[in-house]
Design a protein around this ligand. Structure first.
Ligand SMILES: [Zn+2]
Length: 439
C-alpha cells in the first residue's frame, strides 16, 4: 500500500468518524420518526385500483378520505416489518424525508398467477390506511413481483388542504362491541366484521367473535401478549343468512359481498369489494380486519395487511381463523405443499419475504439462530423441504405448524417468533428493523 493510499484511507476514516460524532452529538434521539411531529391524530384512507394481466400491472389512485383518530402504530413509523408484495411510503414534500412506510399483499397479485389472468385484463380495489400527515407529502405505492422486482409504481401528492379529501364519519352507525382492550392509541386494533348474519343473529355473531378471540389467545404468543390488543366486533345485518355460492348459482346480498369460488377456487371465500368493506369500517378504530362469515361451508383466506376471512359455522373455525390471521397480521406463508409445483410463487434463487419459508437463497435472514436453540430444536425446528404450495425448492421450519394443518395445535417456534416481532413492531420502538427495503 502506498503512503498516498494509506493517507487517503486514514483521512476518509477520520472524516467519517467526525461525521458520525457530529451526527450523534446533534441528534441524540435520532432514528425514530416522532408521530406528533409529523402526523395528526387522523386516519388517511387511500383507495387504489390495481389493474393488469398475468404480465402487466398498473396502479391508479381512486379517492382519498380522512376520519378522526388514528388507530395504527405510532412507533417504527419509517421502518418496515416485512417487505410484502407491495408498499406504501409517505415522504415529506419539503425535505424528502421518509415519514411512514407500510407493506401489504393483494388479491390482484394472487389473481395474476391464475389462468384467467392470461386472457383478460382485470381491476381490483385495495385500501390502505395511513396516518394523516400534518404537511403536504408524497405517497408512493409500489408493487413487486415474485422475484422482488418493482413492477409498478405510482407517486401522488397528499395535501391536508385538498378540498376533495373527503371527511368521513367520526363514529360508526352500526353496532360496535368492544370485546377486549382499551384505547385505540394504546394497542393493536383488531375488528371482527359480521358477514351473512341477519338482524336477529346479532348475539350469534358476538358469540362467534368471542370464540375467534379465545382461539387467538389460546395460541402463543398471542396469549401472553393479549394486553396489547384492542378487539371489537362490528355488526352489520344481512337480509338473509349465509354468503354467496356462485358454484350453486346462489347470490346473497351481504354487507361485504363475499363469495366462495374467489378466483374460481371453490373453497376460496373472500371479498373483492374492499371499498365497500372499508365503508362499513368507517368510524371504527381499526388496524386489522377479520371477516366472520355465517356459513357452514369450509372456506376463507388471509392477505397480509389487507384482511382475513373465514367461515364461522364449521368444525375447523377455531384453527382456521387463527391460521388466516397468521397470514394477514404477521405475513406468515402457508407451510403446506402439493406434489405438483407452483413455481411462480417462490422462484429459486430468490429468498421469500415471508418469515417462515426459505428457498435457501439467503437463509441467514431466516431461522439459523433457532437451529442453535435447544428449546427450538426440542420442538423439531429444522429445514424441511416442501412449503408454500411447492414440494421442491421451498423449505419450512417445522414438520408441522398452525400454518400447515388444522389438526396441529400450535404455531411452530419460527412462526411464534415472527408473530412476537409483529406485535412488538406495532407497539414498541424496535432497535433495528428486520427489513428496510424490498430485498
Ligand atoms: Zn410455522
Amino acid at each position: 500500500m502506498s503512503p498516498a493510499t494509506l493517507y487517503y484511507i486514514m483521512t476518509r476514516r477520520i472524516s467519517f468518524a467526525i461525521l458520525l460524532a457530529t451526527f450523534f452529538a446533534t441528534l441524540p434521539l435520532a432514528a425514530q420518526v416522532r408521530f406528533d411531529e409529523w402526523f395528526c391524530d387522523t386516519t388517511l384512507r387511500l383507495n387504489y385500483i390495481f389493474a393488469g394481466t398475468n404480465t402487466t400491472q398498473d396502479i391508479a389512485l381512486h379517492t382519498m378520505a380522512c376520519t378522526p383518530s388514528w388507530a395504527g402504530r405510532r412507533v417504527n413509523l419509517d421502518t418496515l416489518l416485512l417487505a410484502g408484495n407491495g408498499q406504501v411510503e409517505l415522504t415529506d414534500s419539503a425535505s424528502g424525508k421518509r415519514i411512514y412506510i407500510t407493506s401489504f399483499s393483494t388479491l390482484f397479485q394472487e389473481w395474476q398467477h391464475s389462468e384467467e389472468a392470461t386472457r383478460v385484463r382485470k381491476a381490483f380495489e385495495t385500501v390502505q390506511l395511513v396516518p394523516m400527515p400534518r404537511r403536504t407529502c408524497f405517497a408512493t405505492v409500489r408493487l413487486y413481483d415474485s422475484r422482488r422486482r418493482i413492477v409498478a409504481e405510482l407517486t401522488h401528492t397528499v395535501s391536508p388542504h385538498d378540498i376533495l379529501l373527503r371527511r368521513g364519519k367520526a363514529s360508526s352507525p352500526y353496532a360496535v362491541t368492544q370485546l377486549a382492550g382499551g384505547a385505540p392509541q394504546a394497542g393493536i386494533d383488531l375488528v371482527y366484521v359480521a358477514e351473512g348474519y341477519t338482524a336477529a343473529q346479532h348475539d350469534l355473531f358476538l358469540s362467534d367473535a368471542r370464540t375467534a378471540m379465545e382461539a387467538l389467545f389460546d395460541h402463543e404468543p398471542f396469549g401472553q401478549l393479549r394486553d396489547r390488543f384492542n378487539i371489537r366486533a362490528l355488526f352489520v345485518p344481512s337480509e338473509r343468512e349465509d354468503v354467496s355460492r356462485p358454484g350453486e348459482g346462489m347470490w346473497h346480498e351481504t354487507p361485504c359481498r363475499s363469495h366462495f369460488h374467489t378466483l374460481y377456487s371453490d373453497r376460496y371465500l373472500m371479498t373483492e369489494h374492499l371499498f365497500g368493506l372499508y365503508d362499513l369500517l368507517e368510524g371504527v378504530p381499526v388496524e386489522h380486519v377479520i371477516v366472520l362469515a355465517n356459513t357452514k361451508t369450509y372456506g376463507g383466506g388471509g392477505i397480509y395487511n389487507l384482511y382475513a376471512m373465514t367461515s364461522a359455522r364449521q368444525a375447523w373455525f377455531r384453527p382456521v381463523v387463527v391460521h388466516e390471521f397468521g397470514h394477514s397480521f404477521a405475513g406468515l406463508a402457508d407451510e403446506y405443499f402439493y406434489d405438483d409445483q407452483y413455481e411462480t410463487f417462490y422462484p429459486s434463487g430468490v429468498e421469500p419475504w415471508e418469515p417462515n419459508l426459505t428457498t435457501l437463497a439467503d437463509f441467514s435472514q431466516k431461522w439459523p439462530h433457532l437451529l442453535k436453540d435447544s428449546a427450538a430444536l426440542a420442538e423439531g425446528v429444522s429445514v424441511f423441504e416442501g412449503g408454500g404450495y411447492q414440494s421442491k425448492g421451498v423449505y419450512r421450519p417445522s414438520n408441522n405448524c398452525r400454518m400447515h394443518t388444522n389438526q396441529y395445535p400450535v404455531f411452530c417456534p419460527v412462526c411464534r417468533e415472527a408473530i412476537d416481532r409483529a406485535v412488538r413492531y406495532h407497539t414498541e420502538p424496535l432497535a433495528a428493523p428486520a427489513t428496510d427495503s424490498a430485498h
